[in-house]
Design a protein around this ligand. Structure first.
Ligand SMILES: Cc1ncc(COP(=O)(O)O)c(C=O)c1O
Length: 443
């Protein structure tokens, strides 16, 4: 009998006791290849000696100092490091302890920024359906995952949603990718007009949609059109790179591949690689200036922001990624993973689409490839695939609701950046067996 309120109360979770590189071991000695980095977190794998050494050194010096009294050398060094490699225009960092906290801070900073600029009427946030921005009330409100939101709907702040970029299901064959981008841009523009362009404060999007759609990138020119529209109406562009950022797609920020300059970027997961809970909100010089020249303080803080141990872990993770040129490996192994997934699932009767960027790849399941009909959600195919994969010693990150928030299933893969070709081959082999086993009762 456990006293923990686990995610699924009736599920018996194996107990993880050791981790090394790309492998986790449970209390029974069974080993699992961590092909999802947990939830796209463990970018360096487990027990990296250099990260552990940096954390031990920080503990020996100072474990904690409250940010209302002190700054610390390690937090300053991490902020310098992040800003030095951040997208153009980003000049400051707010530290938090995870993705949802980074998103909550982004929403409140957007609001405070407009209040300080003398535009207090700006209060609307536009987000996209089938997105995930976190589980706290603000993040849940802007998220577009209906199954998550329904129970809590009466508690959620007003948010407005537009379509995601979801080529596989929503771009008809006769529409070009550029016409599709244009159609989505018009939808955003219409939404802004309907709300009143001087009343909208921010548009928020995952640069590459992670958990809810399963590694879906935008089409070319989409984000550039979004940026133009935001600029024209004085609206802030907030990118959620909690999952797709910090190297996961092959560049440090996914938005580098889109050629856009965000006003704020939320990061977490791969920032600390799972060695400590940490996230951050990266902030443009203009936004910082509005607060600095206004009240002089962002009305938002947490007890553990800038925790020295978490900062030491994140700084070491980011330095090792550069030292070992791991983003080159993300691009190399990402291409290999995409190729192997294509070979294994390209003609699979129940796989409709394989997509992704770098070491963030998704496989979407359908009952019929021609009509793209999703599986009956009551089958919980995604959960079956997870079970079958775990039986075979493979951690992947399957999810339901892909097609419309309720129906549809996909599997997300996000192996550590240290993955090699042989491991990628084993991942695809085991995933193939798991998908075959999970779909066998359906045939
Ligand atoms: C894109 C995105 N944003 C925000 C979050 C929330 O992060 P956290 O679970 O650390 O609160 C997640 C978590 O999966 C995410 O994928």
């Amino acid at each position: 009998m456990t006293h923990i309120l686990h995610r699924q109360i009736d599920h018996r979770y194996p107990s993880a006791v050791r981790g090394s590189g790309i492998v986790l071991r449970d209390a029974d000695g069974k080993e699992y290849i961590d092909a999802s980095g947990g939830a796209a977190v463990s970018c360096l794998g487990h027990s990296h000696p250099a990260v552990l050494a940096a954390m031990r050194a920080q503990l020996d010096a100072l474990e904690y100092a409250h940010t209302s009294f002190f700054t610390t050398p390690v937090a300053e060094a991490l902020a310098d490091d992040l800003v030095a490699h951040a997208p153009e225009g980003i000049e400051h960092v707010l530290f938090v302890s995870g993705g949802s906290e980074a998103i909550e801070a982004a929403l409140k900073l957007a609001r405070q920024c407009f209040v300080e600029r003398g535009e207090p009427q700006r209060r609307f946030i536009i987000a996209r359906r089938q997105s995930y921005h976190g589980i706290t009330l603000g993040a849940l409100a802007i998220g577009g995952r209906e199954a998550h939101r329904q129970k809590f709907a009466p508690l959620l702040i007003e948010t407005h949603h537009v379509s995601p970029v979801y080529e596989y299901r929503e771009r008809p064959a006769e529409e070009s990718a550029s016409d599709y981008a244009e159609r989505l841009a018009r939808e955003l523009e219409n939404k802004i007009s309907a709300l009143g362009s001087d009343k909208v404060m921010a548009f928020i999007a995952e640069t590459v949609v992670g958990a809810t759609l399963g590694a879906v990138p935008a089409v070319p020119n989409y984000f550039q059109r979004v940026r133009e529209i935001c600029d024209r109406h004085g609206i802030l562009l907030i990118l959620d790179e909690v999952m797709c950022g910090m190297g996961r797609t092959g560049t440090l920020y996914a938005c580098e591949q889109e050629g856009v300059r965000p006003d704020m970027v939320a990061i977490a997961k791969g920032m600390g690689g799972g060695y400590a809970p940490i996230g951050a909100l990266l902030i443009s010089g203009e936004i910082f200036g509005s607060i600095a020249e206004g009240s002089g303080a962002f009305a938002h803080s947490h007890t553990y922001m800038g925790h020295p141990l978490a900062c030491a872990a994140a700084l070491a993770v980011q330095q090792i990624i550069r030292r070992d040129d791991l983003l080159a490996n993300v691009r190399r192994q990402g291409a290999h993973l995409a190729r192997r997934l294509g070979e294994r699932f390209g003609n699979h009767p129940f796989v409709g689409n394989v997509r992704g960027r770098g070491l963030l790849q998704g496989v979407e399941l359908v009952v019929d490839r021609g009509s793209k009909e999703p599986f009956d959600p009551r089958l919980k195919l995604h959960a079956r695939i997870k079970r079958e994969a775990m039986t075979r010693g493979l951690m992947v990150y399957p999810m339901g609701g892909t097609a419309d928030g309720i129906r549809g299933d996909h599997v997300l893969l996000a192996p550590p950046f240290i993955a090699d070709t042989a491991t990628v081959d084993t991942i695809v082999e085991r995933l193939g067996e798991a998908v075959d086993a999970a779909t066998a009762p359906v045939t």
